[in-house]
Design a protein around this ligand. Structure first.
Ligand code: FES
Length: 78
């Protein structure tokens, strides 16, 4: 899937770059050119970094808390 439309960078290319040792957003930006044009892909690039196991301090993504949706009965009780 294309993550950065402006530079035609796919998630596979980002994952390959991470596997090659790039472990910061700045490095990916420098090497692949992601988020340097319109910048709309920055969050998606950081998501790919997080999914690839780059630690939160390097990719800038805080751990997200997974919130289960309320059931019908929980919504009625609220
Ligand atoms: S989509 Fe990545 S810079 Fe525009």
């Amino acid at each position: 899937m294309i993550v950065c439309v402006c530079k035609s960078v796919s998630d596979r290319k980002i994952r390959a770059a991470i596997a090659d040792g790039m472990d910061s957003f700045d490095e990916l930006q420098f090497e692949l050119g992601v988020a340097l044009c319109c910048g709309k892909c920055e969050e998606s690039v950081r998501d790919v970094m997080e999914q690839s196991g780059v630690c939160a301090s390097r990719c800038g993504v805080e751990k997200r808390e997974v919130v289960a949706p309320l059931t019908f009965y929980e919504r009625q009780a609220a």
